[in-house]
Design a protein around this ligand. Structure first.
Ligand code: DGL
Length: 280
């Protein structure tokens, strides 16, 4: 196997929910985690500007880290840029993270499904198309949350979250219609699984909270497995996993969090500010 890393990309710490699953499935792989914190939150960005930003970042990241595969562990970016990324960087495998609407439509008993994501993700044509294609027999409510991703960031860094704020953001997911109730909420933002216990606690009734992280990690593994058939036997990674923050200004609590996930924040701040100067 090559020592080329798997690159995980998100606007912030949400991609860690995918990274932790990927580590379980691929303990022998090296990971580079990239948080575009200088652009966080992605939810409110205009589509053309966000597309250009992610493409430009990848032009730099692919050169710098030469990853074997890149996982866009962000629904807000994936629902917008996957096609453009594949077009701009042909030959490089990308795995996206898009709302788990198909599995939700297959599993729901009541036929009432909610998709909880950032305002960007719920307004995307891509998301609407997924509903049309896979869930036309369900009643799908799209719920765009302005604050949950930031609440998840604070919770993971500082250990505190305002439960009433979580309840208020998730409340629109719960519908009662003709004697039936919402039974599945799709977590269509990689930040949200960090708050799922609070969501459960504040929910008006129990639902299935669908987190696609494991499926995303499996998809990455399956692409790598195909590529690895002809390569050398597995050996443990020689170098530590790293995290990059596009702002170049990861604070102490962020570094501590990353450490907990086995990532050291690269302190090549100088190098970083050169590469990402125009993004921070
Ligand atoms: N984690 C990202 C997602 O999956 C979005 C967070 C944000 O930037 O608002 O959509």
């Amino acid at each position: 196997m090559t020592d080329r890393p798997i690159l995980m990309f998100d606007s912030g710490i949400g991609g860690l929910t995918v990274l932790r699953e990927a580590r379980v499935l691929m303990p022998d792989r090296r990971f580079v985690y990239v948080a575009d914190d200088a652009g966080f939150p992605y939810g409110a960005w205009e589509e053309p500007a966000l597309r250009e930003r992610v493409l430009a970042l990848f032009a730099d990241l692919l050169l710098r880290f030469d990853p074997e595969i890149s996982v866009i562990a962000c629904n807000t970016a994936s629902t917008l840029v996957m096609e453009a990324l594949r077009e701009r960087f042909p030959g490089h495998p990308f795995v996206g993270t898009v709302p788990a609407i198909k599995p939700a439509a297959e599993r729901t008993r009541s036929g009432l499904v909610s998709v909880l994501g950032t305002p960007g993700t719920v307004k995307r044509q891509y998301t609407r198309d997924l509903i049309k294609q896979w869930a036309s027999k369900c009643h799908v409510r799209l719920v765009g949350s302005d604050n949950l991703a930031a609440l998840a960031e604070t919770y993971m860094r500082d250990g505190f979250v305002d439960e009433e704020a979580v309840r208020a953001e998730t409340a629109p997911c719960f519908i009662e219609k003709d004697g039936a109730r919402t039974d599945i909420v799709v977590l269509a933002c990689t930040h949200y699984p960090f708050l799922v216990n609070r969501m459960r606690k504040t929910a008006p009734w129990p639902v299935d909270w669908l987190d696609p992280a494991e499926a995303i990690a499996r998809r990455a593994l399956s692409l790598l497995a195909v590529k690895q058939q002809a390569s050398a036997p597995v050996t443990p990674p020689e170098r530590a996993d790293v995290a990059i923050f596009t702002s170049g200004k990861a604070e102490f609590t962020t570094r501590r969090l990353m450490q907990g996930f086995g990532l050291s924040v690269t302190d090549s701040a100088a190098e970083q500010s050169v590469s990402f100067a125009s993004f921070a």
